[in-house]
Write a protein that binds this ligand. Structure first.
Ligand SMILES: [Zn+2]
Ligand SMILES: [Zn+2]
Length: 136
């Protein structure tokens, strides 16, 4: 790794992969460590599905945009029928659709935030959910 990259990571404060791993923990905690569709449990059996594709950065690290699913339910959710099924039972589904088109660049400019500010804010939110929901 070059010095430039190392320096860049330091000033960024938090990496994408670290945030994604916190996101997964928060999604699991927030949804009782169970597949939302069939109830199967055990974190190692569960994958976390982004309702809105993760390239939409505004929702990429949002715990409300994630659903724990077992492998077969996850596969189903990538079909039209499975997604419809998910839309009926997932409580944050409408929230996801409502925010699908938020442009991260505009969002940051309007708030005078940098990308780093945004990521640190998301980190705080995810840590909060992980701590709160794991004990209820
Ligand atoms: Zn399942
Ligand atoms: Zn998925």
């Amino acid at each position: 790794m070059s010095d430039y990259m190392k320096e860049n990571m330091k000033t960024k404060g938090i990496s994408d992969s670290r945030l994604m791993s916190l996101w997964r923990k928060a999604v699991l905690a927030h949804n009782h460590h169970q597949c939302l569709l069939c109830g199967r449990s055990g974190d190692s059996n569960l994958q976390c599905h982004h309702v809105i594709a993760r390239r939409r950065k505004y929702l990429r690290y949002d715990y409300r945009n994630g659903v724990p699913l077992c492998v077969s339910c996850h596969q189903r959710c990538h079909t039209k029928n499975g997604d419809r099924e998910l839309s009926r039972v997932f409580r944050h589904y409408d929230y996801c659709l409502d925010n699908e088109n938020v442009i991260i660049k505009n969002y940051l400019v309007n708030r005078g935030m940098t990308d780093t500010d945004f990521m640190l804010e998301k980190k705080k939110e995810l840590m909060y959910v992980i701590n709160k929901d794991n004990w209820t």
